[in-house]
Ligand binder design. Structure first.
Ligand code: PXP
Length: 238
C-alpha cells in the first residue's frame, strides 16, 4: 500500500475566523488539495469552534472526492456529530481549551473506559477509528485493546528534536513495529515539514501522514497546488 498524504486544512479556517467572514473557504481549499494529489482531508472540529465550523464538516462531507479524516475529542457532543455526518475516518485526539494546538497524545490507558465507549459508537456507525497517541508501546497496546482500527503516532517530539532526532525516530520506529504486529493501521503526524518528513515516511508500514501547518504555510506563498505536490515529493523522496 502506498503512503497517503492527508492535508489538514484547519489553518485555512483560522484565517477566515480572524475576521468571522466567509473567506477563505476551507471547502475550496480542500478541492484544490484533492486536485493536487492529496489522498484525504483532515479537519479538527474543536469544542470551542476556533477554526473549523460545523457547517464546514457537513459541506466537506458532501464535497470531498477522496475521504474525510475528522479529528475530535471523545465527548458525547462530538461523537454524536461524527455519527451523524459519517466521515470515512475519525481520529480521537486530546483537547484542552488553552492549548495552541494538540499537545501530546491521547492517554488511552488513563481514559480507557471513555475511549472504548467512543470507539464502539463510531465503529457502530461504520467509521474507521484512529487514536492519536504518543509513540509508547503501552499506549499502542491499549489502543488495540479498546478496538481502534488505526493509530496516528504523534511526531511532535521528533519534529522538535530534528535534526538531532535519532532517539525520537527510534521511538517512532519501535512503536510502529508494535502497531503493525497488532494488525493496526499505522499513521503519523504533527509538526512534520518538508525537511523532516522523509525519515518518518520511510518507516516500514507507514500508511498515512497528516500534515497541516508546514504545508498551509507554504501554500500561502506558492499556492496550494504546488505546496501539496512538493509535500508528496518530499514524502516519497522524489
Ligand atoms: N495530526 C493530528 C492528530 C493533529 O491534531 C494535527 C494538528 O492539528 C496534525 C496531525 C497536523 O499537525 P501540523 O499542523 O503540525 O502539521
Amino acid at each position: 500500500m502506498s503512503l497517503k498524504l492527508g492535508v489538514n486544512i484547519d489553518h485555512v479556517a483560522t484565517i477566515r475566523q480572524a475576521r468571522r467572514t466567509v473567506e477563505p473557504d476551507p471547502v475550496a481549499a480542500a478541492v484544490l488539495c484533492e486536485l493536487a494529489g492529496a489522498d484525504s482531508i483532515t479537519v479538527h472540529l474543536r469544542e470551542d469552534r476556533r477554526h473549523i465550523q460545523d457547517r464546514d464538516v457537513r459541506v466537506l462531507k458532501q464535497t470531498l472526492r477522496t475521504m474525510m479524516n475528522l479529528e475530535i475529542a471523545a465527548t458525547d457532543e462530538m461523537i454524536a456529530i461524527a455519527c451523524e455526518v459519517k466521515p470515512e475516518q475519525v481520529c480521537l485526539v486530546p483537547e484542552k481549551r488553552e492549548e495552541v494546538t494538540t499537545e501530546g497524545g491521547l492517554d488511552v490507558i488513563g481514559n480507557r473506559k471513555a475511549v472504548e465507549k467512543a470507539v464502539r459508537a463510531l465503529k457502530g456507525a461504520g467509521i474507521l477509528v484512529s487514536l492519536f497517541i504518543d509513540p509508547a508501546i503501552d499506549q499502542v497496546r491499549a489502543s488495540h485493546e479498546v478496538g481502534a482500527d488505526a493509530v496516528e503516532l504523534h511526531t511532535g517530539s521528533y519534529a522538535e528534536a530534528f535534526p538531532h532526532a535519532d532517539a525520537e525516530l527510534s521511538r517512532l520506529q519501535e512503536a510502529s513495529k508494535e502497531v503493525l504486529a497488532l494488525g493496526l493501521r499505522l499513521h503519523a503526524g504533527h509538526g512534520l515539514t518538508y525537511w523532516n518528513v522523509r525519515p518518518v515516511a520511510e518507516i516500514p508500514g507507514m500508511a498515512e501522514l497528516n500534515i497541516g501547518h508546514s504545508l498551509i504555510a507554504r501554500a500561502v506563498l506558492v499556492g496550494m497546488e504546488r505546496a501539496v505536490r512538493e509535500m508528496k515529493d518530499a514524502m516519497l523522496g522524489r
